[in-house]
Design a protein around this ligand. Structure first.
Ligand SMILES: Cc1cc2nc3c(=O)[nH]c(=O)nc-3n(C[C@H](O)[C@H](O)[C@H](O)COP(=O)(O)OP(=O)(O)OC[C@H]3O[C@@H](n4cnc5c(N)ncnc54)[C@H](O)[C@@H]3O)c2cc1C
Length: 343
């Protein structure tokens, strides 16, 4: 049986491991021992009891695959290198995703520690009167909304470095979000950015400063690409995303596939896109084995659902935007359906 090594057990890697484990000798290498439904981490920060609903140990859904909880140090065209050994592969799937500032994502972690850390952040939120959110993208907006729904005694400020929130969303969504946050007394500061901080003081670009009890950096992602630097640096672009062809193969390499946040594909870095990549990668490995034509990945606009606390959400599709209870229910359903697959 051929060996497939998968690096990273997030949305893309976990799906590949689950779907391929009965057909190949699958080895999942992840530096954490669980799958996490990242889109609901922000909920857990204010409702820590929700943690057990969004995390599941890899061993729960991988009955056949081998699981190695370690950090991949390096790879080349034939081997994956760990601290004390190297493993040969027939196919390699790189789904090492991206880093986000703590507490939103955490690496080198076991599930119990993760729950404990999220609880600690919850206590910090509870104890803080003034909360600063740096970055007004989806994550910044979601965390502000979760906090304001649960606690009515906080002064929350979002700082955004241009003149609108969630700049990559459609105009209707941007308008809905701005109205919703202002109605909930969240202070919005546009066209300014935090350039420095000392203790609890944060300094703006324009020389002003703000004191806060707690700050969250919601300023975007950084791909986890370090282990590729030595052999494959020419395929890593200036923002550290990895170049892929239309079949999601690493450019010039038939047996190495790239999926999820780390792939250099011009689209939103979303869990649902990572899952689509996994589908194509699995299909293409099976097709390669059967000498069949490979399937192309086509990026397209899908419905995007964001929760603004437990009761309200927003759903966007192309130029449409809906805010209210229905998107909140949709998001809960997506979480339930995903986690059912990984229990
Ligand atoms: C706070 C937040 C909210 C979000 N909300 C939404 C949402 O509402 N909807 C949506 O669709 N998307 C959302 N996203 C985006 C979504 O979470 C990502 O697009 C998705 O997680 C990407 O999946 P992935 O498989 O590429 O990588 P990841 O989920 O990042 O998983 C990669 C895995 O690889 C591991 N890894 C990395 N390097 C190594 C190494 N060297 N060795 C071993 N293991 C390694 C990591 O620890 C991790 O386990 C959100 C993201 C964040 C941070």
């Amino acid at each position: 049986m051929k060996t497939i090594i998968i690096i990273g057990g997030g949305f893309a890697g976990a799906k590949c491991a689950k779907d391929l484990q009965n057909k190949f000798n699958v080895i999942l290498i992840d530096n954490k021992n669980y799958f996490e439904f990242t889109p609901s981490v922000l909920r857990v920060l204010v409702h820590p009891e929700h943690a057990n609903k969004i995390e599941s140990l890899h061993k729960n859904y991988l009955k056949k695959a081998e699981i190695i909880i370690e950090n991949v140090k390096e790879i080349d065209k034939e081997y994956v290198y760990l601290k004390n050994k190297k493993i040969k592969f027939d196919y390699l799937i790189i789904t090492s995703g991206s880093q986000y500032k703590l507490p939103f994502k955490q690496k080198n972690c076991i599930m119990n520690m993760r729950s404990h850390n999220l609880k600690k952040y919850n206590s910090k939120i509870k104890d803080s009167k003034k909360i600063l959110i740096i970055g007004g993208g989806v994550v910044g907006v979601e965390i502000a909304s979760e906090i304001v729904e649960k606690y009515n005694n906080k002064n929350i400020t979002i700082v955004q470095n241009n003149n609108e929130l969630m700049p990559r969303n459609n105009n209707k969504t941007k308008e809905n979000i701005k109205t919703y946050l202002e109605k909930n007394n969240i202070k919005l500061i546009f066209n300014n950015k935090i350039i420095d901080s000392k203790n609890n003081t944060y300094y703006f670009n324009d020389g002003k400063k703000i004191n806060t009890d707690l700050a969250f950096y919601c300023t975007g992602i950084k791909p986890n690409y370090d282990f590729m630097k030595k052999t494959f640096s020419k395929y890593i672009n200036k923002n550290h995303f990895v170049d892929v062809n239309e079949y999601l193969q690493l450019k010039d390499h038939k047996n190495i596939f790239i999926g999820g946040d780390i792939a250099n594909i011009n689209e939103e870095k979303l869990a649902q896109n990572a899952e689509k990549h996994a589908e194509i990668i699995c299909k293409n490995i099976i097709n390669l084995e059967k000498n069949k034509l490979l399937k192309k990945y086509k990026s397209k606009k899908r419905i995007m659902v964001i929760s603004l606390g437990e009761k309200i959400g927003i759903a966007e599709y192309k130029k449409y935007s809906l805010i209210g209870k229905i998107p909140a229910i949709m998001k809960k359903f997506i979480e339930y359906k995903t986690m059912k697959n990984y229990k």
